[in-house]
Design a protein around this ligand. Structure first.
Ligand code: AVJ
Length: 325
């Protein structure tokens, strides 16, 4: 009896080739300061770890932003008459619901366009939201917002473009400006841009948010190496790297690194061996912190201006409303 079935079942699972990721990773690990893009944190486990981070006592941004949205959205949506919500990097449908509820209260919630890199995540959210908001059209777009937005051709206006969670902080200023300019280009008269930004404040408080006592952030940081092992067949030993997060006072940003505990060599199929000296690090994330002046200059470079800053500057987190300049 030929055992075709058994033969097939015991063959190794073929990895989906990801040439774009390999090229990006090789380029990052070849730089004098090794660097990997933070978007590679978020596989299933990474997304779960981030969720856990948002619930940590030290991690103030998520709960502060949620409270600010709950306080401001009803009034803002009533003022703007928003009919379409476009959400960039729709990682947290809980916050989307606060905005959608405020839109529904005005009787105008017509279209929701969540944009995310994860197609599975998006279709799950879409099914749930269609059930919860009858009458709302949910049209998810699978896109890497650092490259493109992929918006539907027709959207009821006015639209609100929301970019929450201080995700903008992950981008170096030139890339942040390109991203904001892309949003600006998609805006029609009457549209608004709503952005959540983490604010500059006392450094120990910021540093504590990225060095939690339970080590969740450290696990989240190391998870990126597991993503590389899984996606690219690399052989990183996550235990051979230490979590490091510190505030850079010149650039006003948290930097997260993975520091090699000893000299080592890592193999990635299709690439040259990657060598580490003891103490050498990979920068895995920057998280920029802002004030009104720094947001204003990012906006200006992207053709936007601050229309309103509806939050008290003494809160640790800010919401800003932008319009075309
Ligand atoms: C999702 C980019 C807003 O920078 O605070 C949390 C990610 N990294 N803890 C942030 C993160 C470590 C987070 N953002």
């Amino acid at each position: 009896m030929p055992n075709l079935v058994r033969t097939r079942a015991t063959q190794p699972v073929e990895r989906v080739p990801n040439p774009g990721m390999l090229a990006e990773v090789v380029a990052g690990l070849s730089a004098p300061q090794k660097e990997l893009p933070p978007k590679y944190f978020y596989d299933q486990r990474g997304s779960e770890l981030f969720e856990a981070i948002t619930r940590l006592p030290e991690y103030y941004p998520t709960r502060t932003e949620r409270a600010l949205l709950a306080g401001w959205m009803p009034e803002l949506m009533a003022q703007l008459g928003t009919r379409t919500l476009v959400e960039l990097g729709a990682g947290n449908s809980e916050k989307s619901r606060i905005i959608l509820d405020a839109m529904r209260a005005t009787g105008l919630a017509e279209l929701y366009v969540p944009i995310d890199v994860s197609a599975t995540f998006l279709s799950q959210t879409a099914v749930q939201l269609r059930r919860e908001y009858p009458g709302l059209t949910v049209e998810p777009a699978v896109a890497d917002i650092s490259v493109e937005l992929k918006l539907p051709r027709l959207m009821p206006r006015p639209a609100l473009f929301a970019f929450l969670g201080s995700t903008i902080g992950n981008f170096y200023p030139p890339a942040a400006i390109r991203l904001l300019a892309r949003v600006r280009a998609a805006m029609a008269p009457g549209d608004r841009f709503l952005m959540g930004v983490d604010l500059r404040k006392d450094i120990p408080r910021i540093e504590a948010a990225y060095n939690d006592s339970q080590g969740v952030t450290a696990a989240f940081n190391r998870n990126m190496l597991l993503v590389l092992n899984h996606e690219l067949g690399a052989d990183f030993d996550p235990d051979a790297f230490e979590h490091l997060a510190f505030y850079d006072q010149v650039w006003h940003r948290i930097e997260m690194h993975l520091v090699a505990k000893r000299a080592q060599v890592v193999m990635i199929p299709g690439a040259e061996a990657v060598t580490f000296r003891e103490g050498e690090s990979i920068r895995t994330e920057i998280s920029c912190k802002y004030d009104r002046a720094s947001v204003s200059s990012l906006f200006a470079a992207a053709g936007l201006r601050i229309e309103a800053w509806p939050t008290d500057p003494t809160t640790p987190f800010g919401l800003v409303v932008g319009v075309p300049a």
